[in-house]
Design a protein around this ligand. Sequence first.
Ligand code: ADP
Length: 569
Amino acid sequence: MKLDNQLDDEKIVDLAGRRSGEAADGAFGASIQRTQSRQVAANEQALGLVARIIMDESLPFYVCSLDGTVIHVNDHYKSIDKALGEMTLAPGEAQLAGRFAVPSLKPVIDDVLASDTTVRAEEIVRIGGHERIFLGRHTPVRNERGDVVAVAGTYEDVTAQVRGIEEANRTQSRFQDFARASSDWFFECDADMRIRSLSDRFTAIVGQPASLFIGSKFEQFGRFEENLDGRMDGIQGIKMRKPFREQLFVVSDPSGEELKFHLSAVPVFDRQTGDFRGYRGVGMDVSGRYKQASEADQIRKNLETLLRELTRKNLALDEATVQATSALRAKNEFLAAMSHELRTPLNAIIGFAEAFEQETFGELEKAYLNYATDIRKSGQHLLGLINDILDVAVIESGGLSLSIDELSLEQVFLKAVQMNKDAAIKKSLDIVALAVESDAFIKADDRRTTQIFVNLLSNAIKFTPEGGKIGADIAVNTSANNVAIAVWDTGIGISEEHIEHVFEKFHQVTEHIYSRKQEGTGLGLHISRELARKMGGDITLVSVEGEGSRFTVTLPLATGTVSDDDNFI
Ligand code: ADP
């Protein structure tokens, strides 16, 4: 191998190992950077190396004398010499090797001589408008005596590696920013599922140093549990070396509080061999979410308990209602039967008492006549009571049957007045105002409507002291399609506290000395209002104690029976 005339009589015996030392770090922007390398002793091995470099046409290669004159360049070097010319040859002068000293190589040669070993320099060169990075390795060439007689160098294009490292660094720093900003934490574990790295976020959450966890398996500092969906995908995923998501992992912090995390991870395999290398994943703090879920669960359980209790009570209530309904029905049936059974003999008693009073079967002693009157009155009172009880029983059992007709209101009302006239006259009451006139027709049951008016009139008579006044007003309300008949008196009136209750069953106002003397069952108003309501009407009361009362019955109007002029009578 012949390098040049200058070297003909000198054997190249030493070339520092071109791979000694490692690539210069950083400062990629600098046009030339040199680093010192370890010197390898001159020996046969070095000779072999230089031979190989010279033969290796893949790397641009040059040899120059110590004054910078180019002794040899290979073809590959020639192809890039234009670009490298700045540092080595002037552009286009490769073929003139041996004749030119290259001033820009001078600093490299100086470095080689100063360090007496291989010098590395990274050189950024523009080729075809693109920036390329070359790693230059410049090595002393020695003669037999060990003196440096020349410098040989190679240029290796390391653009891809350098750019790759730069990109990797950028990616890493981006990833670190994400990791810092994220509230989640990251982990890496090996094929044995031992933690190999853990982001700071985890140690911040659990409040323990990372060293406690590195090298441990997950199960050694926490436990896997089912997540809210009831899934345990992680365990299965790890077994099968598959990715998994939202595996619940529970860790107790130093205060004993349980911290819950969702782990999601992907398996890592060796690119070349395909061997399983472990997992990379992320942990998300879901303690709050699980706390809320368990609170919601507790609330749901409480509600379910309440619902069960309510259902049980409802069932008990249904049962009680069934029992009460059947008891009520039994009671009403009994009352109806008893009332019927009682009325038959009572009618006989009243009938015979009347016969005695009228001395139908011959003259009677005065005392017997008085007894006969007592018997009749008592019988009639008893009959009234039985009738009322029967009415209540029928209404409550829902068995009331009504026969609704179109009735002349005036006729029905005056019929009731007629039935009470004697009693009113007997008490010297002014009943002039009872002589109402109306051409209104109502839709009602004749007998039951009469019963209502009789009851109101008899009460008015009963509770109005002698010399008082009773009367009635009729008002037709066509827009509401009803008629209101008010029965009023100037009697004892009803106190406010009793007004609410006089319509209740058996309610009687007994504080008043006058009312205490009056007979009654306390059922009349209750029955009357129920009857009015069953016919689509109602009864209301306005009363002032000591001044009088006004009971107003409303009943549905039979359509087309009155003209507008008849509204008030
Ligand atoms: P009864 O008249 O048989 O006692 P009611 O149900 O008809 O039963 O009346 C209930 C109570 O209402 C009466 O006992 C009485 O205290 C009071 N009451 C009813 N009508 C009048 C009235 N016009 N004036 C004063 N109090 C009355």
